[in-house]
Design a protein around this ligand. Structure first.
Ligand SMILES: [Zn+2]
Length: 234
């Protein structure tokens, strides 16, 4: 772990930044008023690594990390009227398609994935964010934004030192995951520090529409995307 981290840091310092936002840039240092955030009861995280005893330590660390970060994620999203979970169960499985996925009360983790990617604790933050999102089913809730918010929390709040994805004209805000996450970070920084909370809160009540972006920033979603791409590729 330490060796890999050191190598990553060396690579980061040895190479030119992959985007206009290198480590330590303005977007990385977005200010959030977490000091004034309300305290949230931490759910008890239990981790079942029965099928892979070699991952017991990894699982223990993941559980501790989730207990640490649950209240942070809670305060970064639009949870004012929501109820925090009292318990989260993490279950390791020998066979599953996704590296990890979240369902109502828990997270399922792929044993082969973790063995091959022992640094990937960030995926647990992504999946835990889905538990905090907990959107009711709705045609108004776009999948790209659900995944974009989960990756925003992961890549911009949990591990903001990670290299940024390269955005080109071929991308679209609906690409989800890291592309949408980057877009959200840009908008949050430039227009509205409460944007992600507002989007999350709307989806919690089946009330999301693209016009929320305009309400929050004064500009239409497509225009905001064009502006972001131009900023990236200038
Ligand atoms: Zn996801």
């Amino acid at each position: 772990m330490i060796t890999t981290l050191t190598v990553t840091l060396l690579l980061l310092t040895a190479q030119p930044p992959v985007t206009p936002y290198p480590t330590g840039d303005a977007l990385t240092k977005q200010a959030y008023h977490l000091a004034s955030a309300k305290s949230v009861p931490t759910p008890k995280v239990t981790v079942d690594t029965t099928v892979a005893p070699d991952l017991a330590e990894w699982g223990k660390h993941a559980g501790e990390l989730m207990e640490q970060w649950y209240p942070v994620v809670w305060n970064l999203l639009g949870t004012q009227d929501a109820k925090p979970m009292s318990a989260i169960k993490v279950t390791f499985q020998l066979k599953q398609d996704a590296p990890a996925y979240a369902t109502g009360g828990g997270i399922f983790v792929s044993v082969p994935w973790v063995r091959a990617h022992p640094d990937d604790f960030g995926m647990m933050i992504h999946e835990m964010t889905h538990l905090v999102q907990a959107y009711p089913g709705s045609r108004n809730t776009p999948g790209w934004l659900v995944e974009g918010i989960a990756d925003y929390i992961r890549w911009w709040r949990y591990e903001p030192e990670a290299p940024r994805p390269k955005i080109t004209e071929k991308n679209k805000y609906t690409d989800a995951y890291r592309v949408t996450a980057y877009f959200l970070a840009y908008l949050t920084h430039k227009y509205d520090h409460g944007l992600v909370q507002k989007l999350d809160k709307a989806m919690k009540t089946r009330a999301y529409s693209d016009s929320l972006f305009e309400t929050s920033t004064g500009k239409k979603l497509d225009d905001l995307w064009a502006e972001f791409v131009a900023y990236q590729t200038r």
